[in-house]
Structures are given as structure tokens and as C-alpha cells.
Design a protein around this ligand. Sequence first.
Ligand SMILES: Cc1cc2nc3c(=O)[nH]c(=O)nc-3n(C[C@H](O)[C@H](O)[C@H](O)COP(=O)(O)OP(=O)(O)OC[C@H]3O[C@@H](n4cnc5c(N)ncnc54)[C@H](O)[C@@H]3O)c2cc1C
Length: 423
Amino acid sequence: MSELAPRYSAAALLRARFDRHFWGPLWRRATPRDAYDVVVVGGGGHGLATAFHLARDHGLKRVAVVERKVIGYGNVGRNTTIVRSNYLLPDNFHFYEDSLRRYENLSQTLNFNVMYSSRGVVDLANSDDEMVMYARRGNAMRLAGIDAELLDRDGLRRFMPELDPSLPRRYPIVGGLLQRRGGTVRHDAVAWGYARAAAALGVDIIEECEVTGLSTAAGSATGVETSRGAIRAERVVFAVAGHTGAIGRMLGIPLPVETHLLQAMVTEPIKPLVSTVVSYMYGHAEVYMSQSDRGGLVMGGVLDGFPSYTREPLWHRLEEVVQGAVALFPQVAGLRILRHWAGTNDQTMDGSPLVGRLGYDNVFLNGGWCYGGFKAIPASGAACATLVATGQAPDLIRSFAPERFAAGRMLDEKGAGPFPLRQ
Ligand SMILES: Cc1cc2nc3c(=O)[nH]c(=O)nc-3n(C[C@H](O)[C@H](O)[C@H](O)COP(=O)(O)OP(=O)(O)OC[C@H]3O[C@@H](n4cnc5c(N)ncnc54)[C@H](O)[C@@H]3O)c2cc1C
């Protein structure tokens, strides 16, 4: 039986019906030990996935994930759950395709249902020029064996009958680019699944423990200072998402990253309406939308647009998203917003991530995921673990090295970048 195989026998499941304590914690609440092979700072998706792969793929026995709040507090639990690999640049689409394939099997990998739903992702086009750009992106993907379909208005009607593309709109809809294997994955299940699977392999998940400094000697890191005392470590990985800039300041290493706010919301539940993930740019605004299993419309738009650590977002951004939603689907006008939240994103200047060494030979950064890092988690965890364990960056993430800015080798893909402009 594999280490991740079900923990419960049929008899145990039967007993469980009568045992209200059956649903115990998914992972041990660990306290810090003196020393580890690797300390991963940040218990978001990237930190947990990196720790899981360090233990599973590289056999490291002494790995800790140190999280200043609780698992799922950060963006891994705040995103809008969209996964896709519809990028234009090969370095991006190969990486995100690897991630999407891992998502397709993640429930089996973790033995935890992450509810992957391949409902498709459609980017709507407002003009013929935009269709040309989508055709270019779709063709690049198809040449690499990744699914992409250019839809005209009739194709859109067939794929998502809930949308009437020919309604008069200020920004008309002329077609779109579809990736059928794109879709959604339940975000908190991803965090819990990785945490549970990593802990089952011996990883210490240490919550409510903030890393406040890096200990060094003779030009190498020797561990981390934390709110619960010093921890020695042979290697340290920072996977702190929106706090990447703060880590850069802590280490005295300026990073090409800004912290920006991104908000999202969900409406009251309604009967099934939106069958896919749809995104619609109109002017300088955007709405993207999917329908949750409970029936709420989950919606988001562009960044608030100024660097900040606050989670109190701008009201007018919310209004823009709602305007876009009603322009797309007039039938949703009048729905009530149930919840609204925001997260802090680590936006890089070219919109691509930062994965590589950070200042020291044994310190690594896994960050810069901007507002698209949820879909990257499975590939990033596997590749970052290989980098940390072997010292060699796998091809998949070589072009994400932070040194690219000094060398002028930006991976600049608009639409995935700091401000969602069209390609
Ligand atoms: C509203 C919104 C919608 C989004 N929608 C999508 C989407 O649909 N698809 C997609 O692909 N991406 C999306 N994203 C982006 C995605 O959520 C992030 O890129 C990704 O989750 C970031 O990686 P993470 O999960 O590791 O981050 P986090 O979950 O934020 O993990 C970082 C952790 O580090 C911890 N930490 C920080 N500093 C310290 C310290 N000093 N010591 C210890 N711990 C520390 C934090 O508490 C946090 O838990 C969205 C983001 C937002 C905000």
C-alpha cells in the first residue's frame, strides 16, 4: 500500500458512522524542531507543493513548512480557482501545460478530491484584430500539442448557449479562444490535499510561526529566525507570494516585484447558468466569471492598480466587474453579492514568475506568481523541489530565474503580466 493510500479500511468507515470524532485533523500540528534539511517559508500552494515533492520525489526526511498564519490563509484560499495553459510564449505554455496535466491527476496523486472541473476557459474577443491575436496564440499552443479552438459567434453560441454574442454591447463580442481542458479546481482542497499528503510523508507543517530573519555564516544561510525561535536549515525556500518584496527587503536584495491587490466576489446562488469560465475585456476593465458548485457566480477583474498590502479593496473596481458581468449576461442584473474579498499578489515587471536562487547558494525563491499562480502550483512544486534537492533548475523553470532581469531576458507576456493588457 502506498504511503498516500486511503487510511481507512471498510470496517473503520462503518465504525465511523457512529463515531463523531472520525473526521480528525488532516495533518499533524507540528512544533518546530531544532534543525531541518529544508525549511520552506510560506504555507500556500507553492510552499506546500514544494515540500510535498521534496519528500516524495527526493526522499528528504527533514522538511518543514513554516506558515505565519494558518494553511489556506493566503492567496491559495482567495483565488478564483481557474486553471489553464493558454499562453503564447513557449516558456509559459510548456510550464502551464505541465501544471494542467498534473491538475488533471491531482486527486489521485494526493488521494484527496480537488474537484478538477474541465469546463473550458473562453477568452472573448471584441474585434477582428483581437481574433487575429487569439488565432496566433491558439496556433502556437496547437503546434505544441495543447488544445485550443478559435470560436466565431456561432461557435460561441454552440459552446455556451447562455451567452448571446449578438446582443448590442458597447464592446461587441465577435468570437473567442477556447481551451476545453481549462476549468476550475477547488482551491482550499488543493491546500488541504498538499498539506495532508506532505504531512503523511513526514513533513512538519508549522502554523502561526512567522519567519523574521535569515541566519547566515560564511556566506551561506544556516537557518531562519522565527516568532517561535531559531530553526537551523541546510536550505531555505521562500514561497511567500504577496510578501516576496518584504523578504527581499529583509535580505537586502531588491526584487523586481510589487505587491498589488486583486479582489473577487461571489453572488447568491442561482440555478446553473454559466457553463464555463469566461473572460471579457471591455475598455480598460475586465470581468471573468465561473459558477461555483453551490450556484454562486464567482467573478473578478483587474488589479486595483497601486502597490499595497491592504486587503481593503477599491469600490469602483467592484462596480466595474459587476458592470461587465451584466453586459455579458443581462439576466444576472439584480443578483445580490454574497461575499467579497481580496488578496495581495506578487506582481513581477514582466508578468512571469521568479524561481531560482536568492542571494545565497542554499536560499531559493519560489514567487512572482502574479494573479495567475494557482494554476501553476503542481508544476512549480515539482520543479522547485528538483532545483532545491539537486541544485539544478529543470528546463521547465530555467527561464523563470530572477537573474533574467539583470541579463535583459524578460519573459514578457502581456495578458499574463502585471496589468492585464491584451497581446
Ligand atoms: C482574488 C484573486 C483571484 C485569483 N484568481 C486566480 C485564478 O483564478 N487562477 C490562478 O491561477 N491564480 C489566481 N490568483 C493568484 C493565486 O492565488 C496566487 O498567485 C497563488 O495562490 C500564490 O501562491 P501561494 O498559493 O503559494 O500563495 P499564498 O497562499 O499567499 O501563500 C503564501 C504564504 O506565505 C505566508 N507568509 C508570508 N510571509 C511569511 C513569513 N514571513 N513567514 C511565514 N509565512 C509567511 C502567508 O501567510 C501565506 O500563507 C488569484 C489571486 C487573487 C488574490
